[in-house]
Design a protein around this ligand. Structure first.
Ligand SMILES: NC(=O)c1ccc[n+]([C@@H]2O[C@H](COP(=O)([O-])OP(=O)(O)OC[C@H]3O[C@@H](n4cnc5c(N)ncnc54)[C@H](OP(=O)(O)O)[C@@H]3O)[C@@H](O)[C@H]2O)c1
Length: 332
């Protein structure tokens, strides 16, 4: 088997394609012949030791994948060789074969391709929890999504529309704006590339307010952070919910007086920890996701694919703010 692995702390250029023996599944495990592995921003951070989880080296990045089971370990009765599955791994997906715990898999629905299957859970799973459990989004709300054309962002736009919200998408380019509109955004704000000075932040806050309308955004979904967060808080509605999801632009500091003035809540979103603490709730969200997919209400956009030996380029696209929707690595 082949695996793209991190042996030393660094950027995507430090990854090497290694030849390894096929792993044998232990009790409760299955071996998956990987077909597709989606890249997520945590992969950018993990190889640089900047993520909250630091796997021991060498490790392969790649947290979500789809493939076909080709061997099962002792005691595994719910899966058999030939089953098409989706696995959430944390890491390990940038390889032609992986071992996965049998109780952490989901069946890849009939008619859903491997690339789409690998692109579902991290983004839409995060957002089902973030928008519904933490943001309490409801039909008729105005939802402001920052970074709305990235993996998490675009799926938030789609889920916002699926749940009846008016969606304002905020992005950094015309190209990203067009994609956000294609996926259902009602309004788009194009923001400048950070760093933003005070005047630029003030202008951005006015642009958010104009797009969200006089009542403001009931839910702000911040997957970007940095200089973008405070202008977005200033455009929040009375009793709005500000969801903290990610920080590719840096960890923002918030003047707490703004929360008093808007009587708003700041809500942390940590999908992985939620899924571990409430597997039943998470399972229900994922069942709903599969339904929404079958009904055509969500449509994961895979905008670029790379073969495994060019997997580093896939991670570079996210690091360089170039990814639109999902970037996926496919196996031979
Ligand atoms: N909380 C959770 O449970 C959870 C789960 C999954 C992911 N996340 C986090 O969500 C965030 C987005 O992940 P993703 O996989 O959707 O990544 P992505 O596809 O790369 O999207 C990130 C977006 O952030 C914006 N951005 C702003 N400044 C950036 C910078 N300096 N570098 C890169 N992007 C920048 C970009 O949009 P514009 O160019 O339009 O600004 C980009 O589209 C990450 O921080 C990730 O760790 C959190």
């Amino acid at each position: 088997m082949k695996a793209l692995r991190s042996h030393a702390v660094g950027g995507p250029e430090t990854l090497t394609l290694d030849d390894l023996d096929s792993p044998q599944p232990g009790p409760g495990q299955v071996r998956i012949a990987v077909k597709a592995c989606a890249i997520n921003y945590p992969d950018v951070l993990m190889i640089r030791d900047l993520y909250q989880f630091k796997p021991p080296r060498p490790f392969s990045p790649g947290g979500e994948l789809s493939g076909v089971i080709d061997a099962v370990g002792e005691g595994v009765t719910q899966w058999k060789a030939g089953d098409r599955v989706i696995a959430m791994m944390g890491n390990g997906g940038l390889a032609t074969e992986v071992l996965a715990p049998a109780d952490k898999l989901f069946p890849l629905p009939d008619g859903v391709g491997f690339e789409t299957g690998a692109s579902l859970l991290m983004t839409y799973g995060t957002n089902m929890h973030g928008l519904l459990d933490r943001g309490h989004l409801k039909a008729g709300d105005t939802l402001l999504v920052l970074g709305a054309a990235g993996g998490v962002g675009l799926s938030a736009v789609e889920l916002g529309k699926a749940y009846g919200a008016r969606v304002v998408a905020a992005v950094s380019s015309e190209e990203k704006a067009a994609v956000a509109r294609e996926h259902g955004a009602d309004e788009v704000v194009i923001y400048p590339v950070a760093p933003l000075d005070r005047d630029q932040q003030k202008a951005l806050s006015e642009a958010f307010k104009a797009a969200c309308g006089p009542d403001g955004a009931n839910v702000v979904y911040d997957i970007v952070g940095g200089d973008y967060s405070e202008p977005a808080v200033r455009a929040i509605a009375w009793e709005g919910r500000f969801c903290v999801v990610g920080f590719p632009a840096g960890i923002a500091k918030l003047p707490l007086n703004l929360t008093l003035l808007k009587s708003c809540d700041v809500c942390g979103v940590f999908w992985g920890a939620y899924a571990a603490r409430d597997p039943k709730g998470n399972g229900a969200h994922i069942a709903t996701l599969f339904d929404l997919l079958q009904q055509g209400k969500i449509n994961p956009r895979v905008s670029a694919t790379f073969p495994l030996d060019r997997g580093a380029e896939a991670i570079t696209m996210l690091a360089n703010r170039k990814a639109i929707g999902k970037v996926v690595v496919t196996m031979p």
